[in-house]
Design a protein. Structure first.
Ligand code: PLP
Length: 388
């Protein structure tokens, strides 16, 4: 089997040779049930030990939403890392694993009352917010908690923007900090998100400029900002090269030093994609082929509804098929998932060697925001996660 895959250098550079080799060896052991998400445990460990290293005093909280599988969370829970959660389901998995509350923060600006109560009773004391309604809930059900207000910032150049739903402008944020203080809460911080898969380094400039301005205004209003939570956003390689984490962090560190020069500011980072994305390879099978008026179609058993949801929002994966071609010529394919819904089209104009029905197809860099979005719509299978 390993021999039937011709991994081109460009693909190998995306996810690393050892991740690919482990995947192919796993497939070789036989009994493969697809779709399945293979996660390279060593790669996750490497990623988590790398992120945050370039920013002075940075504490890392893995954004659970990127890959909430118990297998991944168990692995991470044994390492020196915190967790960012949004909802009860994410808290449940962590509490089942015995993760202590000091390692958990919640940066969802709008949380349900039940979740607030449950997280607070578990011992979680760090929450984000961006509205008076959230202050009301938090002051009632999570008194004296540490709060960080979410700023609106541009997400230009991020492939998965997160700016439309949350965040307030600086003046409004100041009002919210003051209101939180007057309501039994401890407003200590500022947060933002530059957008996921962010390939525009200047988003961090604008975000930290706004945070700096707000911090000065808060000081004048008698509130000390001692925490900046810089969210996530680090990009990974899907098909093309991206900003590297080291360069991003060097840049962020400089920006923080220039703006918060007294050195007393704590920094929280919430990476998701950069921890698990390139550690995962989705292994699927070809279920059918068809020549249609608009070209060649390839149907596989992983699709928009059971793992590859981000493909409809701009993420372009790299696919590798078994090599059967004798001509060495690739065809142009439209790739579609297993449901009967015509929304379930993963990609167009994908250059691939023609596979046979039943062949395996690898979807590289598939570790983030895949199983977390997957549903059983139309009887489709949610990929199981296996650590290799
Ligand atoms: C509040 C918050 N923090 C962190 C993340 C993780 O972002 P990323 O996966 O881009 O690192 C997200 C993603 O949606 C988020 O909403």
């Amino acid at each position: 089997m390993v021999k039937s895959f011709k991994i081109e250098d460009a693909a190998a550079k995306l996810v690393g040779k050892s991740t690919l080799l482990k995947t192919l060896n796993y497939i070789d052991t036989g009994g493969l049930k697809t779709p399945v998400l293979l996660m390279d445990g060593d790669r996750i460990k490497h990623n988590i030990s790398t992120v945050g290293r370039g920013i002075d005093g940075c504490k890392v909280f893995y954004a659970v939403k990127a890959n909430p599988s118990v297998e991944v969370l168990r692995l991470l829970s044994g390492l020196d890392v915190g967790f960012e959660i949004s909802n009860q389901g994410e808290l449940n998995v962590l509490s089942d694993l015995g993760v202590s509350p000091e390692r958990i923060i919640s940066s969802n600006p709008v949380k349900s009352t039940d979740f607030i109560k449950s997280a607070y009773s578990y011992g979680v004391r760090y929450f984000s917010y961006d509205s008076p309604a959230e202050i009301e809930k938090l002051s009632q059900h999570a008194p004296n908690s540490n709060l960080y207000v979410r700023l609106a910032i541009p997400n230009e150049g991020s492939e998965w923007p997160l700016s439309k739903k949350f965040g307030v402008e600086v003046e409004n944020a100041l009002t919210l900090l003051t209101e939180a203080k007057a309501n039994n809460l401890n407003p200590i911080g500022i947060t933002f998100h530059v957008g996921s898969q962010c390939n525009n380094i200047y988003n961090w400039n604008i975000a930290l400029d706004k945070a700096h301005l707000l911090s000065d205004m808060a000081r004048d209003a008698g509130i000390t900002i001692s925490l900046i939570n810089i969210g996530g956003g680090y990009p990974i390689k899907y098909t093309k090269s991206v900003l590297n984490v080291e360069a991003i962090e060097k840049h962020i560190n400089k920006l923080i030093k220039e703006r918060f020069s007294d050195g007393s500011i704590a920094i929280h980072l919430e990476p998701g994609r950069a921890v698990v994305g390139d550690a995962g390879i989705m292994v699927a099978r070809v279920t059918g082929k068809a020549d249609r008026l608009d070209g060649r179609w390839l149907y596989i058993d992983a699709g928009v509804f059971n793992g590859l949801m981000e493909s409809i929002g701009g993420i372009k994966y790299t696919y590798v098929t078994e090599t059967r071609s004798t001509t060495g010529i690739k065809d142009n394919w439209t790739l579609a998932g297993p449901s009967c819904d015509s929304f379930d089209v993963i990609d167009k104009n994908v250059q691939l060697y023609e596979p046979e029905v039943g062949d395996i197809i690898l979807i590289l860099s598939g570790g983030a925001y895949t199983i977390s979005y997957a549903s059983e719509f139309n009887g489709c299978t949610i990929p199981k996660t296996v650590i290799v």
